[in-house]
Design a binder for this molecule. Structure first.
Ligand code: HEC
Length: 138
């Protein structure tokens, strides 16, 4: 009997520990209000990127991204990081965005944490949402 009792106590303790660890998971649930707000903020950054891509980005020569890439999707963000000949190394998407800003647009590169850089990335990747990730592909 005492053995059985101690088994009961141990199994209760295990159960309590499991319930205890699931608590933080439960508290990570997001409210619909949060989700809506975050989606809205994301969409506004995508729109900012779309505007920059279609002529909104200041460039010294008034060239814009969409003159060579009609839309963000055909810059193939799903293939990054990958080796890029122009840079001679494995590059991130943002490295190629800056390559185009410095070369075709003849302008100064954006800081990697510049809100304009994040917006361009957001627009370009959003345009390819759902496409399979194939890093390194040419
Ligand atoms: C005068 C034409 C031209 C303009 C304008 C231009 N690009 Fe490019 N872009 C290129 C060329 C050429 C490449 C290299 C293609 C390659 O190596 O696959 C390229 C490559 C890219 C890539 C990588 C594409 C891939 O398939 O790997 C991205 C991303 C990109 N450009 C973004 C931009 C952005 C953002 C702008 C505007 C700031 C811009 N480009 C403006 C010509 C242009």
């Amino acid at each position: 009997m005492p053995y059985k009792n101690s088994l009961k106590i141990i199994s209760r303790m295990v159960l309590a520990a499991c319930v205890g660890t699931s608590m933080p998971v439960l508290s990570d649930k997001f409210s619909q209000e949060d989700l809506d707000r975050w989606q809205q903020e994301f969409q506004s950054v995508v729109e900012r990127g779309e505007n920059l891509f279609h002529g909104g980005l200041q460039s010294r020569n008034t060239v814009s991204c969409d003159q060579c890439h009609p839309n963000g999707a055909n810059t193939h963000p799903e293939t990054y990081p990958k080796f890029q000949q122009q840079l001679g190394r494995v590059a991130a998407l943002r490295d190629m965005i800056n390559w185009c800003i410095q070369n075709p647009l003849e302008s100064d590169p954006l800081g990697l944490d510049d809100p304009d850089m994040i917006a361009l990335e957001a627009y370009i990747t959003q345009e390819r949402r759902g496409v399979e990730l194939t890093p390194g592909r040419h």
